[in-house]
Design a protein around this ligand. Structure first.
Ligand SMILES: Cc1cc2nc3c(=O)[nH]c(=O)nc-3n(C[C@H](O)[C@H](O)[C@H](O)COP(=O)(O)OP(=O)(O)OC[C@H]3O[C@@H](n4cnc5c(N)ncnc54)[C@H](O)[C@@H]3O)c2cc1C
Length: 315
């Protein structure tokens, strides 16, 4: 593929309502668009069991169903959707580049729409052993734990899926859920012979010397036990904007959210942000979608060097 063929007009990081709304607008305006999404099961909308306040819905539907409508609509206008986690970016030149574990994508504009399901380290030892046994990215780090014992902490579909991925490398994978049930009843990963599910338990501490050597867990009867292992993959969610992959390329506030202006422009030319990842007090599907639309219109203006936004892309 030539350099020009592989160059996107717009790269959208995150496939929630903000990213997919942006994709709908950019692809409908004939901009070559790709949405790079870590997982359709990992964003806030995917977690919402019922949505009934998104305008236009004639009956309530699950967050996953609504997300799929967003996705199909963006795809119908020509947007590409690739399931992939972004782990780094280079945004300071006219052609921007974003990186996954095994590939990179180039584009003229980037829209960041990674939501706010991140969390601060809360488990004792989690922050201290980050990169020395603690990881938030199985795809990135699984190979370091070949034939070793690891655990995944979490109960979401994403946690189950990542635990399944780790079974291909590690000798034993413990999936430790704080709840009595996982969020998915059945999943191919749960049938892997080297995966063991531990329910209703929380990890009290991650311990070791130079690297992780064991975890201490507490079960529902408050009984403590230790599991010797080398790797801890944390897949618990919170409400912190997901900006870890930016490594300072985009200015953040003290609260570690992206400060975008009302046109969804960041301080970096050609880089826009939308949805829960920006500094905002209102985190709703309708505001995320609205931000995505504005970010797309701003990206189109930037790419075509227009003085004004183009409002009507209808036929
Ligand atoms: C339980 C729950 C119930 C809710 N109920 C409602 C409701 O009833 N009504 C309402 O309006 N709002 C509701 N919300 C809020 C609403 O879901 C969010 O405001 C909205 O989904 C934000 O959209 P977003 O696109 O910014 O982020 P998200 O929906 O979080 O999507 C972000 C996307 O980015 C992807 N991503 C993250 N990191 C990376 C990376 N490094 N590389 C690639 N992709 C990445 C994720 O996989 C995800 O697909 C609810 C939220 C939750 C958690």
């Amino acid at each position: 593929m030539s350099e020009q063929e592989s160059l996107y007009d717009v790269i959208i990081i995150g496939g929630g309502p903000a990213g997919l709304s942006a994709a709908q607008y950019t692809s409908r305006s004939k901009l070559k668009t790709v949405v790079l999404d870590k997982s359709a099961a990992a964003g806030a909308l995917a977690y919402a069991s019922i949505i009934e306040n998104y305008p236009g819905l004639t009956s309530p539907m699950s967050g996953k169903e609504l997300l799929d409508v967003f996705k199909q609509q963006a795809l119908s206008f020509g947007a590409e959707y690739i399931e992939s986690q972004i782990i780094g970016v280079k945004l300071d030149s006219d052609i921007k580049e974003v990186f996954t574990i095994d590939s990179s994508y180039k584009g003229k504009a980037v829209i960041i729409a990674t939501g706010s399901m991140g969390r601060k380290p809360t488990i004792e030892g989690e922050a201290g052993f980050l990169g020395r046994g603690v990881s938030y990215c199985a795809v990135c780090d699984a190979a370091f734990f070949k034939d070793k014992t690891v655990c995944v902490i979490g109960n979401s579909e994403e946690a189950v899926k990542e635990a399944g991925f780790l079974t291909k490398f590690a000798e034993t994978v413990y999936l430790i859920s704080p709840t009595p049930k996982l969020k998915v009843d059945d999943h191919p990963a749960l049938h892997e012979k080297n995966l063991e599910v531990i329910l209703e338990s929380f990890v009290k501490s991650i311990e070791g010397t130079d690297t992780v050597e064991k975890i201490r867990i507490v079960d529902s009867s408050k009984k403590e036990s230790e599991i010797p292992l080398s790797g801890v993959f944390v897949y618990m969610h919170g409400s912190k904007p997901i900006v870890d992959f930016l490594y300072g390329s985009v200015e953040l506030t003290e609260e570690e959210c992206i400060q975008a202006n009302r046109m969804m422009e960041t301080a970096t030319p050609g880089v826009f942000a939308a949805g829960d990842v920006i500094c905002t007090e209102i985190r709703q599907v309708v505001t995320a979608a609205s931000n995505g639309c504005v970010a797309a219109l701003s990206a189109e203006k930037y790419i075509h060097h227009r003085k004004r936004h183009k409002h009507d892309w209808g036929k």
